[in-house]
Design a protein around this ligand. Structure first.
Ligand SMILES: C[S@@+](CC[C@H](N)C(=O)[O-])C[C@H]1O[C@@H](n2cnc3c(N)ncnc32)[C@H](O)[C@@H]1O
Length: 231
């Protein structure tokens, strides 16, 4: 049995029993290998935009003798998957902007999925805002620390309800507050540091956009307030 930990284990644990998941941008294929071995699914599809990662994936799949249960496909995002073919999708270890583009390109395929697990490396605020504004609900979210870095893992599903939220919750998922995630304080601290640097950067710039500056200051204030309230 493959031994996965930290970020990968949190992602895989958020996938329930499913018929055929697709791991998009699979690289090493550790997630689909774990999903099949742990009995969460009988078959899986693993895709990647590059041939190199797919070769690595093929080697690992062969090592665990799962070539008849995990199919590899080359292509951009969800494009190699037919509508209705997979009931769960995992897109992890990719930037929030690219994940958003992948979803936008294949919304029709994702609308039918029971489970969508997303783990953006950066720009998670872009992804959360897009999801909520585009008829996806964020069912739950979890933070995980891996090799000193904090990652958020989002479980989403299409329900057609277009939502908007306070910009604070695009940066720090609302579910993290509601579910009192044990790593939320650390996540907030990191976000406050980043936001403080953004505000200082604008303060130092010669031509200051006053509207943008106030928006960033306001966001920083909300982050600090929620940190104090959450302590
Ligand atoms: C850092 S690895 C993450 C691997 C694995 N998903 C994980 O969470 O550890 C990112 C992988 O995504 C692939 N990738 C990046 N953009 C992609 C896209 N638009 N479609 C499919 N795969 C993509 C890369 O080739 C790379 O193998």
């Amino acid at each position: 049995m493959i031994n996965i930990r930290g970020r990968l284990l949190t992602i895989a644990s958020m996938v329930g029993r499913c018929k055929k998941p697709a791991d998009v941008g699979t690289d090493h294929a550790y997630i689909p290998i774990y999903l099949v071995q742990s009995g969460k699914c009988d078959y899986a599809i693993a895709t990647d935009i590059k041939k190199g990662p797919l070769k690595k994936a093929a080697k690992n799949i062969e090592k665990y003798k799962l070539s008849d249960r995990i199919e590899l496909r080359l292509g951009n995002g969800i494009e190699p998957i037919q509508k209705g073919e997979c009931d769960a999708f995992i897109i992890s270890g990719i930037g929030g902007v690219v994940i958003t583009e992948i979803i936008k390109t294949s919304v029709d395929v994702l609308k039918e999925a029971n489970t969508i697990i997303l783990q953006p490396t950066y720009y998670d605020e872009v992804l959360r805002e897009y999801l909520l504004n585009s008829g996806f609900c964020i069912e739950t979210e979890s933070l995980v620390r891996d090799e000193g870095r904090l990652y958020s893992v989002i479980k989403a599903k299409y329900d057609g309800v277009v939502r908007s939220d306070d910009d604070l919750y695009y940066y720090i998922g609302r579910a993290l507050f509601e579910e009192k995630d044990p790593l939320l304080n650390d996540f907030l601290k990191r976000r406050i540091d980043i936001q403080t640097r953004i505000v200082h950067g604008i303060e130092k710039s010669i031509q200051r956009d006053e509207k943008a500056y106030l928006k960033e200051c306001n966001l920083l204030r909300k982050m600090k307030d929620s940190y104090t309230q959450f302590l």
